[in-house]
Design a protein around this ligand. Structure first.
Ligand code: DGY
Length: 322
């Protein structure tokens, strides 16, 4: 029996390609070319499955043009590149990589919060530019982290990891808002209190966004929401760019309507809104929250495992549609 044909759309770990070749005919983009949608469609011809990196849209156009495709395996936990309804209607399985990146991503969320609150990158640039000539009492005075109020919007696994770091490591008062409330046991474990979105915005000293990107969460944080935040607050986004109105945020940062922001994700990335590059009180990183070698390897392996299990007839391990 001939092996299923798989496209790996971006460069990934050679050992994962090697594992895939034991099960499939593999066409791997190890040159890491950035394909347009038309180029992706062209390369998907005759393929039964695809390993994707979360940026390639799997939409009605692609599905209609690739009738042989049976599974799209993201090596990301987010799957806003999938049109779930269209995939389900076309009988195409989607999978993601939950759990394996939770703690690494929560670590990064906290690192970004710390860097933003304590002005670490801004002060490093100052030092490197040779501007540090004397001590002064308010030089790079930032926001307190320990004992402050940590607000979390989106309380899935990563949100819970951030809550635990804040509550147990930094004695923070943790409040959260989510589509559904956690069980009392999980709330106790995270030492987190459920509040409405307005209270979250008004009370948080540090507001961390960890919610999925959906049509409902598009620009969930815009000018009106920022206006409800404390002028001393920070905003941290490790979720998806489209959740924040970056133009409104840049304006608010410029006018110091909030103290600072830390952003790992951007609407239209890798492009960054030019106004964000002009303000000093924002820490900008290139979507690296899950980027440690062991975690990225685990993500790639889980995506590969999903393909193997699916074509073995065992069913996908971490399906996002059924
Ligand atoms: C994810 O897994 O969704 C991350 O954003 C990619 O690193």
């Amino acid at each position: 029996m001939s092996k299923p044909h798989i496209l790996v759309a971006r460069k990934i770990f050679p050992e994962v390609i090697e594992r895939l070749t034991q099960h499939f005919e593999v066409y791997a983009n190890q040159d890491d070319n950035l394909w347009t949608q038309a180029e992706l469609i062209e390369r998907l011809q005759g393929k039964d499955g695809a390993l994707l990196t979360g940026t390639q849209p799997v939409n009605a156009e692609l599905l209609a043009a690739c009738p042989q495709l049976r599974i799209a395996a993201n090596m990301t936990v987010g799957y806003n590149n999938f049109d779930i309804a269209a995939m389900t209607a076309a009988g195409v399985q989607g999978t993601n990589t939950p759990d394996v990146l939770t703690e690494t991503t929560a670590d990064f969320g906290f690192a970004l919060l710390m860097a933003t609150a304590r002005r670490i990158t801004e002060s490093e640039h100052y030092l490197r530019a040779g501007q540090w000539t004397r001590w002064s009492y308010d030089m790079f005075a930032g926001c307190e982290v320990h004992g402050s109020t940590l607000g979390i919007l989106g309380m899935g696994r990563i949100g819970q990891g951030i809550a635990k770091r804040g509550a147990h490591g930094f004695g923070m008062n943790v409040i959260y808002h989510n589509r559904s409330r956690l069980s009392p046991a999980l709330e106790a474990e995270c030492k987190a209190r459920y509040v409405g979105k307005d209270e979250l915005l008004a009370q948080a000293d540090h507001l961390v966004l960890v919610l999925p990107y959906t049509p409902e969460s598009h620009h969930a944080i815009g000018a009106a929401e920022i206006a409800r935040m404390k002028p001393t607050a920070t905003l941290i986004n490790i979720a998806r760019g489209g959740i924040v109105d970056d133009a409104a945020l840049a304006q608010a940062l410029k006018e110091r309507r909030i103290a600072a922001a830390g952003l790992d994700v951007f609407e239209g990335e890798p492009a960054v809104h030019p106004a964000l590059l002009e303000v000093p009180n924002v820490v900008l990183t290139p979507h690296i929250a899950s980027a440690t070698v062991p975690t990225r390897l685990a993500m790639a392996q889980l995506a590969a495992d999903n393909l193997v299990a699916f074509f073995d007839g065992r069913g996908a391990l971490t399906p996002v549609n059924t």
